[in-house]
Design a protein around this ligand. Structure first.
Ligand SMILES: *Cc1c(COP(=O)(O)O)cnc(C)c1O
Length: 307
């Protein structure tokens, strides 16, 4: 269960959590045309609170809406402020933030007509998405029977609600089989990403991730590429196959919710030594140092706020 907070930001106003409701004829509820974000605010080691790469997340929200032809009735600055206001109203020094843009009720045809574009921002406390053990020891992954979306079927650069039918199918399938997360291939058969995370493989100290074809351009993915290069690693964006993943030295998933989650097994094949590898551990450690404000070189990625 989501741990309730006090207020939700809804169409420009902070309303009580239990009153942030919609009509059942909300257009997005029927046809899936909406976009969202997943953002984390961290309580820094020195006592500050900071939202991680907030502007980039809200710009991506605007871009996702633009891809779907929806115009958000707020500016980037207003959206950034709205997230801070939500955290402050809930006295949250850390937490997960979920902005959602959707088409409200009005006409009921597929064409959304002049139905209002609505925006809600909720925040709640959320620990490790796949569990604390997952971050430490790694997870067990299975290739899904569902392919990631073809680039002309759905818009893969948009973090769109409807795209997540594909994710839910993949995730429930592998969880029912006893695995932690789904590996999804693209429609050509190359490795794409997980149900809500990007993927990295490491072989002979070279770090590889899938190019931005069928995958969502993750902000964590971008952070890791920047960080790894700064640490002196070669980072390449290149299509690869599932058997290349099977024989990788290390592999991990990245995402705001999952952070950096090591992969210890794929399709019953052990990856590397079957535990978080040394490069994965280093990147994970450095990533947590950045989000917790322990690396001043990356302070520009922290949007500080005070309660
Ligand atoms: C949100 C998401 C990610 C991760 O993106 P971050 O910006 O790192 O949180 C990866 N893949 C999919 C499909 C996503 O929806």
């Amino acid at each position: 269960m989501v741990q309730k907070a006090e207020k939700i930001w809804f169409d420009g106003k902070l309303v009580p959590w239990d009153e942030a409701n919609v009509h059942v004829l909300t257009h997005t509820l029927h046809y899936g045309c909406g976009v969202f974000e997943g953002i984390r605010a961290y309580h820094c080691t020195d006592g500050r609170s900071a939202v991680y790469r907030l502007r980039e997340h809200m710009q991506r929200l605007i871009d996702s809406a633009h891809i779907l032809g929806m115009k958000i009735p707020f500016s980037l600055d207003e959206l950034v402020q709205a997230v801070v206001d939500t955290l402050v109203a809930n006295k949250m020094k850390a937490g997960y933030i979920r902005p959602l843009v959707f088409i409200g009720d009005g006409v009921m045809g597929v064409h959304p007509g002049a139905n209002p574009i609505r925006l809600a921002i909720a925040a709640w406390p959320w620990g490790a998405y796949l569990g604390d053990d997952a971050l430490l020891k790694g997870i067990r992954v299975k290739t899904s029977s569902f392919c990631r979306l073809h680039v002309n079927t759905m818009m893969t650069k948009a973090k769109a609600c409807g795209n997540y039918v594909n994710s839910v199918l993949a995730k429930t399938e592998v969880v029912a089989d006893g695995y932690d997360e789904a590996l999804m291939l693209d429609t050509q058969g190359f490795v794409s990403e997980a149900s809500g995370e990007n993927i990295f493989v490491i072989k002979n100290e070279v770090i590889k991730t899938t190019p931005l074809t069928s995958v969502l351009p993750g902000i964590t993915r971008d952070s890791i590429m920047t960080l790894a290069r700064e640490l002196g690693y070669e980072v390449v964006e290149q299509l690869f196959t599932r058997d290349e993943l099977y024989v990788a030295d290390e592999a991990f998933f990245s995402g705001t919710a999952a952070e950096i989650t090591p992969i210890r097994e794929v399709d019953r094949r052990t990856i590397g030594a079957g535990q978080a590898g040394p490069v994965t551990q280093l990147l994970q450690k450095e990533y947590f140092r950045i989000v917790k404000g322990e690396n001043p070189d990356y302070d520009a990625w922290l949007h500080e706020y005070s309660i």
